[in-house]
Design a protein around this ligand. Sequence first.
Ligand SMILES: [Zn+2]
Length: 350
Amino acid sequence: MLLVDGHEDIASNVLFHGRDVRRSVTETRARETAARAVSGVQPAFDAGTAMLGLPEHRRGGVGLVFATIFVAPGEREAMAAKGLAQLRYYHDLARQPEAGVRLITTRDELATLERDFAAASTPERRPVGFVLLMEGADPLRDPAELARWSGEGLRLLGLSWHATRYAGGTGAPGPLTDLGRALLGEMQRLGVALDISHLAEESFWQALDHFSGTVIASHSNCRAYVPTDRQLSDEMIQAIAARDGVMGTVLANPFLVDGWTREATASVTLDAVVRHIDHICQLTGSAAHSAIGSDFDGGFGVETTPLELDSVADLGAIGAALTARGYRAEDVASILGGNWLRILRRALPA
Ligand SMILES: [Zn+2]
């Protein structure tokens, strides 16, 4: 079975933290441990212990990921340059035959990926598809630039992270701006799907009114269990389901358990993940709107994930936990990949 992960910050890890997703997780960990031992200092930004590596994607059957272009808030031209560097990185990676990575930009490319993934004689030969997702629209200096990005394969776009010039975001409540409305218009015209993760609630409701295309939450959990503005209320989840959208559960302990502390990590298991997934399924009346959006290596590492997960190779363990909870095989398959595939078959251009 082809598993799909709806959120992985791959390019920003390469460009800002010197990681290389072509290496195995084991190798990346060994290199980073050795580097710390030599320098004797912790890096300024501690990204935690790595969980992403293409060998682990293949071993775990994770054949498709939404690969992000992520830029922290900063000066306008600098954000545009950093965004374009990440776009170039993905295109360069996809041009290296030995990397086995494909950018998935059309329905045909998706169908070919699924076929080749199923036909691979060993896990090592599996292709890994990347669908490009911009997390926060700041690399776009202007909505008119979206046409070029879309031409370069961008298929999913979130308006905000913290606040952007386009909308309110996490920890920064506020409405859509005029620029945000214009950008939604361009997305509609070009067929770029909207990722509402990180969107401030006021902006969220306005965006649903202004945009009739495909809506997802690539990486968001349930506010019912973790009551912060970063997660989604029951009403927001129901609104996404009403648009036949899908929501990826983040596998970071602070997003799974309210009031989590580093000391409490030992007690967090996949039960916490199942609790969020089950809440979405109960609330929406089916297993069609819940998926995985791990956010692995998105500023946290294995120290901050449920006990059963050591790397991206272990995503299938969520299926076993759902099965133990009584979920039918077809529903488990939907949650681990089928729901994201349904969204892409609809949202990608022919
Ligand atoms: Zn994020």
